[in-house]
Design a binder for this molecule. Structure first.
Ligand code: SF4
Ligand code: SF4
Ligand code: SF4
Length: 343
C-alpha cells in the first residue's frame, strides 16, 4: 500500500469506541491487559509525544446513558474535534432486519427511537480522522458471520467498502483476533496517535488492511513447539508438549504473532501453552477451519513427510546430544595431564 506524506499535527484526539456491533465486548476487556503501552498510560498522557487522548468506551467509562452518548452525538454534528473511531463487533445487515433492528446504541434525542450501529457507522466513519476495526468480528465478520447466521453479518470493510478513506485519508485499519491481542491493538493505536501528532509515517497495512509488522508471519514461524514439528514428533493428545498439528493446529498457515508475543506481558500464546491454533485472526474464520479439533488437511501431508525425514534427524540429533552432554575425557583428577597441552 502506498504511503502518503504525513499531514496531521493534532494535539488532542478523542477515541470513540463502539462495542455495540454483534460483539461480546471481549476486545475491550482484552485491551485492558495491554502493557506496550497500557491504555491507562495513553489516557493519562504518560507516553511521550502522543496527543492528549479522551477515551469514550462504554465498558471503561464512568459516565452512563445520555452523558456517555453526548460525545457520539457531538461528533456526528462535527462539534467534538478530531477523533479515532473504533468499531468492535461485526456489522449486521439492517437491510434484512424485517420489522425490527439487529443492534443499536443510544436513542435519537428527538424521537426516542434506537439508533442502529449501522447508522452510527454511517455518521461517524466519514468524519473520523481514522477508523479502526478491533477484533475479528469487526474486521471480517467473525463468529457472527459464519454460515447459517440470520443477521447477514459482515466486517467493517465489507460494510464501508475496501476503498473507504477516513477524514484523515487513511484506509480502515484492521486488528483481527478473537479477542484482539492486547498489545497488538495498543501498538496499532499508538502508531495512529503518533501519526495524528505528525510524528509517524503512514501506518503500513497489508492487502487485508492489517498492520504488516504484526501479521506478516505465521503462528508456526514463532511457535515454541516448531522444533518438534521439524523433528517429526507429534502430540497424540492435548497433554503433550509436542507439536499439535495432528490434533487440530492450523498454525502453519495462519497470520498471527501471539506465539512470539505471548498474550499478557509476554506470557502465553495459544500453541506455546497447549492450545491448538484455530485461526481466530483470519478472514476465513471460523468456517474454513472447522471442525476445530480435526487435523487440518494440509497438516496430514506435511506432517507425514516431516515424520519420515524429521524422525531420522531426531535420532541423529539424539546421538549428538548424548555426545555433547558428556565432558571431554581430559577433565580428570589423575596425576597425568591429558589435555594435549604442549609447552
Ligand atoms: Fe467477542 Fe471475538 Fe467478536 Fe471480539 S472478535 S467481539 S472477542 S467474539
Ligand atoms: Fe506449528 Fe502448531 Fe505445531 Fe506450533 S503446535 S509447531 S504452530 S503446527
Ligand atoms: Fe488465534 Fe491462532 Fe493466534 Fe491463537 S494462535 S490468537 S487461535 S490465530
Amino acid at each position: 500500500m502506498s504511503a502518503p506524506a504525513v499531514t496531521a499535527a493534532l494535539d488532542e484526539v478523542h477515541i470513540l469506541w463502539t462495542s455495540e456491533g454483534m460483539s461480546c465486548d471481549g476486545d475491550t476487556v482484552s485491551v485492558t491487559a495491554a502493557s506496550l503501552p497500557s491504555i491507562e498510560d495513553v489516557v493519562l498522557g504518560l507516553v511521550p509525544g502522543l496527543p492528549k487522548v479522551h477515551l469514550h468506551n462504554k465498558v471503561l467509562a464512568q459516565q452512563v446513558g445520555d452523558e456517555f452518548m453526548a460525545a457520539f452525538h457531538q461528533a456526528a454534528r462535527d462539534e467534538l474535534g478530531p477523533f479515532i473511531f473504533v468499531v468492535e463487533g461485526s456489522i449486521p445487515n439492517e437491510k434484512i432486519n424485517g420489522e425490527g433492528y439487529w443492534t443499536s446504541m443510544g436513542n435519537d434525542p428527538v424521537t426516542g427511537d434506537p439508533i442502529t450501529v449501522n447508522e452510527w457507522i454511517d455518521r461517524l466513519a466519514p468524519r473520523a480522522w481514522a477508523v479502526v476495526a478491533a477484533g475479528t468480528c469487526a474486521t471480517y465478520g467473525g463468529i457472527h458471520a459464519m454460515a447459517g447466521n440470520p443477521t447477514g453479518c459482515m466486517g467493517l470493510a465489507d460494510y464501508l467498502g475496501a476503498d473507504f478513506r477516513s477524514a484523515g485519508g487513511l484506509p480502515i485499519v484492521n486488528v483481527p483476533g478473537c479477542p484482539v491481542q492486547p498489545d497488538n491493538f495498543m501498538e496499532t493505536l499508538t502508531w495512529l496517535l503518533y501519526q495524528a501528532a505528525g510524528l509517524a509515517p503512514m501506518i503500513p497495512l497489508d492487502e487485508r488492511l492489517r498492520p504488516t509488522w504484526l501479521f506478516g508471519k505465521t503462528v508456526h514461524e514463532g511457535c515454541d513447539r516448531a522444533g518438534y514439528y521439524e523433528q517429526g514428533d507429534f502430540a497424540k493428545d492435548y497433554n503433550s508438549p509436542k507439536c499439535q498439528v495432528r490434533i487440530g493446529c492450523w498454525g502453519p498457515v495462519v497470520n498471527c504473532n501471539v506465539t512470539k508475543r505471548g498474550w499478557m506481558d509476554g506470557i502465553g500464546g495459544c500453541p506455546n501453552v497447549g492450545g491448538i491454533c484455530i485461526a481466530c485472526t483470519m478472514p476465513g474464520f471460523p468456517d474454513k477451519f472447522m471442525p476445530f479439533m480435526d487435523e487440518p488437511p494440509g497438516g496430514k501431508i506435511s506432517s507425514a513427510m516431516s515424520s519420515v525425514y524429521g524422525g531420522m534427524i531426531r535420532r541423529l540429533r539424539g546421538i549428538t546430544n548424548t555426545t555433547v552432554n558428556e565432558e571431554p575425557r581430559w577433565r580428570h583428577n589423575r596425576p597425568k595431564l591429558t589435555s594435549g597441552y604442549a609447552p
